[in-house]
Design a protein around this ligand. Structure first.
Ligand code: DGL
Length: 269
């Protein structure tokens, strides 16, 4: 047993898709979340900047009593995970491997689409991971840089989101994919819009949700599950406005977290 917190971070609200699933699957766990809302988006930045931001996010989380870090960000998971694993002496779980395994389990025709931020698609990590499990899979990857701002601005179900999604995703229809990896943790919030474009027959792989299963398996295998929830079971931190984050977070998590969110100065870490 280990009653320390699970640390989770992302550039903004996206990682809450992983938190939601961790809460559902492991209701006794204590969670500390950091959303780097002052520096979002990560996905359009250089690998150096993404890595620098990820290191300070890790340092902040490590200032809490944590037993494990979930990198609930596709961009950091694809660009900076090996560096983080080298630099920090704590178990770190990213979203790429869990999502790739889920996609390979889900596909029937072995035609898999991957969407993510520009940084994620540039890294080619999802494709590599899928091919290492299923070498004969046909994988097509498309960067969708407009998706994160739509989600961060609570416009995931808007007409504008639909038109942008149509533009990004149309090639997947002609290719006939049966599975699409939502390689950015912001994207599950666009599920309805994506389904409107691709129809209901394409299985959408939520990278955050897939990662929650991985976390459960890791904690169980290593005897690290928690059996004592703290009074402050969930702590949320952001690097910009608390109000903006809380409002969107309430919708994403389906619960009110107003009083649990605090602003910190990430430049100190
Ligand atoms: N949610 C993140 C991801 O999974 C980051 C998106 C961004 O900040 O660009 O890639």
């Amino acid at each position: 047993m280990n009653n320390k917190y699970i640390g989770v971070f992302d550039s903004g609200v996206g990682g809450l898709s992983a938190v939601k699933e961790i809460i559902k699957k492991m209701p006794d766990e204590n969670i500390v979340y950091f959303g780097d809302t002052g520096r979002v988006p990560y996905g359009t930045r250089s690998n150096e900047t993404i890595t620098k931001y990820a290191i300070s996010d890790m340092k902040f989380l490590k200032s809490h009593d944590i037993k494990l870090v979930v990198v609930a960000c596709g961009t950091v998971s694809t660009v900076a995970l090996p560096t983080l694993k080298d630099e920090f002496d704590i178990p770190i779980i990213g979203v790429v491997e869990p999502a790739a395994i889920s996609a390979c389990n889900a596909t029937k025709n072995k035609k898999i689409g991957v969407i993510g931020t520009s940084g994620t698609i540039r890294s080619n990590k999802y494709e590599e991971q899928i091919k290492s499990i299923m070498p004969d899979a046909l994988v097509k990857s498309i960067a969708c840089p407009m998706f994160v701002p739509l989600v961060e601005n609570n416009m995931a179900d808007s007409e504008a989101a639909y038109l942008i999604a149509k533009d990004y995703l149309e090639d997947f229809i002609s290719m006939g994919i049966d599975t699409l990896v939502l390689g950015c943790t912001h994207y599950p919030h666009l599920k309805n819009t994506i389904k409107k474009v691709l129809g209901n027959d394409v299985t959408l792989i939520d990278s955050g949700a897939a990662t929650a299963d991985f976390v459960l398996e890791y904690l169980t295998k290593n005897n690290l599950l928690c059996n004592k929830t703290f009074d402050e079971q969930y702590k949320y931190f952001v690097s910009d406005s608390v109000e903006g984050f809380s409002k969107i977070a309430d919708v994403f998590l389906g619960r009110n977290i107003d009083k649990m969110v605090k602003k910190i100065d990430i430049e100190r870490y």
